[in-house]
Ligand binder design. Structure first.
Ligand code: ARG
Length: 451
């Protein structure tokens, strides 16, 4: 037939393998079969093809599925190869399958169909990670540890407060991925090449058969837009960035002996017998770079593409597969590493007050007793230089105020403020590290996860 002749003429010649996406299309083989089935059912229901031909095509699609992607005939892509396989099985009538559509709306539908599954898997890993962080928080509401800014000891917190800081971030990552899911879950099928079709198709019906929430209405938008890929990869990249922060923190905590990774999430050295290294978390940290690279690659590919379909889009797709796989794996591993790590409570307690990290609490106390906060800040800074204990504060009071500490604050309250445990307990503002405030955060985290 004419189509076969034209395919022979435009077979690509020396550019054949450069043109072909067949290998990469392994990822959408099952999706394409589902899209074919829905389309053929709709064509028959609309009386565009007869029921008998539709039945033969559907049977052929089933045998093609059993034979698998690796046994497809050659083709420029999976769509062409499956159509050829149908024709091989039932003859020229198999070519009726491609009535009222194009590979352009077909591939866009396949990508959305498959990505919808993949993104749900990614979302599930974010839920597991939130669960793991909530568990850590639940077990460590009273485990004090040093908190840092600029990676310098800053104020004591608890392990629970640290874990919940990431739980909140991952919660937003989940929300962004869910929002992306809503935009993925719209059917472009029936947009045809870009300009619709003369056939009386039912786009709502194929959308329904494929489980899409709605259709992408404009046919040109349907077959040529890939902003759903951008949104999805950006959401994944944001999650990867959150993961890299968790990984980096735990790597630093492992370095300081605050946390001991489960052996399943650590590696050793081929030469240094004593080593236990946080390699899994280093790889989690690195995935943020890959993900950002994929977003960049995709954005650059899409930038300035004219309407409507252009073959550049074939290379846009692979960025999405790469990133969704890498980030899903990283998220799963991070959840496992966090869930199984041991926190060294003694080491954490011993270091919770390092670097005079209770200084802010002492300054707050002096300010609460009437000293201007800036004067209190100055006085505590002087004490920080001279031993950072009660005696140093007393000397600083004499020096800065010309009076004894006792003259304006209860010495027992000063001793409390210097103690990391008391320091944490006193910071009970909403969202703070005090066990009561953390209990509220735990509840919000649990409610959000259940929802
Ligand atoms: N394989 C192509 C892709 O991934 C789909 C085919 C559309 N090809 C075309 N020449 N219009 O985008």
């Amino acid at each position: 037939s004419d189509s076969v002749v034209r395919r022979d003429r435009f077979s690509g010649g020396p550019a054949r393998s450069f043109l072909s996406s067949l290998a990469a299309d392994r990822r959408i083989f099952e999706a394409d079969l589902e899209v074919d089935r829905a389309h053929v059912v709709m064509l028959a229901e609309q009386g565009i093809i007869d029921a008998e031909t539709a039945g033969e095509v559907l049977t052929a699609l089933d045998t093609i599925e059993v034979d698998g992607h690796e046994n497809l005939p050659d083709g420029e892509d999976v769509h062409e190869a499956i159509e050829t396989a149908v024709i091989e099985r039932i003859g020229d009538d198999g070519g009726k399958m491609h009535t009222a559509r194009s590979r352009n709306d077909e591939v866009a539908t396949c990508i959305r169909y498959r990505l919808r599954e993949d993104i749900l898997e990614a979302i599930e890993t974010t839920l597991a990670l939130r669960e793991a962080l909530l568990e850590v928080a639940d077990s460590h509401t009273e485990t004090v540890m040093p908190g840092y800014t600029h990676l310098q000891p800053a104020q004591p917190i608890t392990v629970a407060h640290w874990a919940l800081s990431y739980e909140g971030a991952v919660r937003r990552d989940t929300a962004r991925l869910l929002a992306a899911y809503d935009r993925i879950n719209e059917s472009p099928l029936g947009g045809a090449a870009f300009a619709g079709t003369t056939f009386d198709i039912d786009r709502e019906r194929t959308a329904e058969l494929l489980g899409f929430d709605s259709v992408v209405e404009n046919s040109m938008d349907a077959s040529s837009s890939r902003d759903f890929l951008l949104e999805t990869t950006q959401a994944l990249s944001t999650h990867a960035t959150t993961l890299s922060g968790i990984a980096e923190d735990v790597i630093i905590f492992a370095n300081r002996g605050f946390v001991d990774l489960n052996d399943n999430y650590a590696s050793t050295s081929s030469i240094m017998p004593q080593k236990k290294n946080p390699d899994t978390l280093e790889l989690v940290r690195a995935v943020a770079g890959d993900a950002a690279g994929s977003v960049q690659g995709l954005t650059t590919t899409l930038k300035g593409l004219p309407r409507a379909y252009n073959r550049d889009l074939q290379r846009a797709t692979t960025h999405a597969w790469d990133i969704v796989d890498a980030v899903t794996d990283a998220s799963e591993v991070a959840a496992g590493a966090v869930a199984t790590a041991d926190w060294n409570e003694e080491a954490l307690a011993a270091e919770a007050g390092e670097g005079f990290s209770t200084a802010t609490g002492v300054a707050d106390l002096l300010a609460a007793n009437g000293l201007p906060f800036r004067t209190a800040h100055e006085m505590v800074a002087v004490a920080a230089e001279n031993g950072a204990d009660y005696d140093a504060l007393e000397a600083a009071a004499q020096d800065v105020l010309g009076d004894s500490l006792e003259s304006f604050v209860d010495p027992a309250a000063v001793e409390d403020a210097l103690d990391p445990v008391e320091s944490v307990a006193s910071r009970d503002s909403q969202g703070g590290p005090a066990p009561d405030a953390v209990a509220d955060q735990l509840e919000s985290g649990r409610d959000a996860l259940a929802a």
